[in-house]
Design a protein around this ligand. Structure first.
Ligand SMILES: Cc1ncc(COP(=O)(O)O)c(C=O)c1O
Length: 433
């Protein structure tokens, strides 16, 4: 499938003029701030989305709005499927173009990528597919998401392996890379088979030093027999579409991410990447509809060694979404991964520096760009996170609370927001004092 790049330069749309002004309260707050914003080369990118301009959308980490090229690809494919489902199915049956587009974005090989419907599906397929046994240990952290913890619990229940959860840091805002990698190193034992971590914690906004942790794991593997080696697995969803990193840069063994958050991919799409030589160790939980597995069944032969293709859950999917996924990777590559990362980090810095200066706010996300990405977590003295999110909604700002036992307010300055939007958000939080 070929993917068209945006019709005009994504950065060409200078649609707003004038100086940033003060913003009052009420329903027009977000819209009026946007109108008064200074000329902004990123407006062209924001114009690719049909997000309601009545709101400031500080939740790019939750569920994507589709940008124009993704919407158009989905519509084209939906029409094709509705006109003739069988011929459309055959025309797009080879998913190599989707995997190649993902591979080009991730700096990986297409054969190393399984297609999934979400981060959760990727993590569950991975953890339930690992050859764990009674007595094996899985090392994870207290900071990971429900999807990691529950996938590991289910895997442990079936195999008799033990899941151990450790803290990578005491205070998230003061976390350091050395401390986090050191915590993993100290917790590894001869029984450890898996290190399960998350690139960017949606509980605190902390970005973990995946490369340093992968190096700790690689050192632990020196001298271990292949069957006793530790695999380093990452929930990468909140760095994917934010950071300018390849799989080789990260150095981990497996990496799962949904494409329907920061990537702005079709809702219900995701990828699971793994090093080429490691796929045979996995056992699929859901039969793939890939050629090799199906052929073996047709010829009544045992299945071949597991590949990434065989770890792509089979059955029919919402195909117009899956086949349109290359458009999302092309959207990001059209802007440039380095530019996307620099933009998101600049807006997050602006947001965090603003919050840091407020006496009634406790910032839980590190200021350092090496230790944070696009999520900012904080608390407001004397208010529950839900109350803060409610007050922000009154100002037409959509924020969220982190769905963890200890919950914070979360905002995500992103490609969907401008400097002026971040200023409006900071003003609204300042007004809560
Ligand atoms: C860290 C993390 N992992 C996984 C998920 C679930 O992602 P998905 O909806 O793609 O399964 C979330 C949810 O937003 C998350 O914050």
């Amino acid at each position: 499938m070929t993917t068209k790049l945006p019709r005009r330069s994504l950065l060409a749309g200078l649609l707003v003029t004038g100086a940033a002004g003060c913003v009052g309260s009420g329903a027009m707050t977000a819209a009026s701030a946007r109108r008064k914003a200074p000329a902004d080369p990123w407006q062209g990118v924001r114009d690719e989305f049909t997000l309601s301009p009545a709101w400031i959308h500080m939740t790019a980490f939750l569920l994507a709005s589709h940008p124009r090229p993704v919407r158009e690809a989905i519509e084209r494919l939906r029409r094709e499927l509705d006109e003739n489902p069988v011929d459309a199915l055959h025309a797009h049956e080879d998913l190599a173009p989707v995997r190649e587009a993902a591979a080009a974005y991730m700096g990986a090989a297409a054969e190393e990528i399984a297609l999934t419907d979400s981060t959760t599906m990727g993590l569950a397929s991975l953890y339930l597919g690992l050859p764990l046994e009674a007595g094996d240990e899985v090392l994870t952290t207290e900071h990971d998401h429900y999807s990691t913890h529950e996938s590991l619990r289910l895997a442990a229940e079936r195999t008799g392996a033990v899941v151990r959860k450790i803290a990578l840091y005491g205070r998230s805002s003061a976390a350091t890379a050395t401390e986090m990698a050191g915590a993993i190193e100290a917790a590894l034992t001869p029984a450890t088979r898996v290190v399960a971590i998350t690139w960017v914690h949606s509980s605190s906004g902390v970005k973990t030093p995946v490369r340093a942790i992968a190096e700790v794991v690689a050192r632990a593997n020196q001298g271990r027999a292949p069957a006793k080696r530790v695999v380093c697995c990452v929930d990468g969803v909140h760095g994917f579409g934010v950071e300018d990193a390849t799989m080789a840069d990260l150095g981990c063994d497996f990496f799962a991410a949904g494409c329907h958050k920061w990537m702005f991919g079709p809702r219900g799409t995701g990828v699971l990447w793994g090093k080429r030589e490691l796929w045979p160790m996995l056992r699929p939980s859901i039969p793939s509809f890939g050629r090799a597995a199906y052929e073996a069944w047709l010829r009544q032969r045992p299945p071949p060694p597991t590949t990434a293709d065989m770890m792509s859950p089979g059955g029919f999917h919402s195909f117009e979404h899956r086949w349109a996924l290359p458009a999302a990777f092309a959207f990001h590559r059209g802007i440039g991964k380095a530019r996307v990362a620099a933009r998101i980090h600049a807006l997050n810095r602006q947001c965090k520096e603003g919050l840091k200066g407020m006496g009634h706010v406790t910032l839980h996300t590190p200021l350092d760009a090496a230790l944070s990405a696009g999520i900012v977590c904080f608390e407001v003295a004397g208010m529950t996170p839900e109350a803060v999110v409610g007050r922000l909604r009154e100002r037409r700002i959509i924020a969220s609370t982190s769905p963890y036992a200890t919950s914070y307010v979360r905002v995500a300055p992103s490609l969907l927001t401008s400097e002026a939007d971040v200023e409006v958000v900071l003003r609204a939080i300042r007004a809560l004092a």
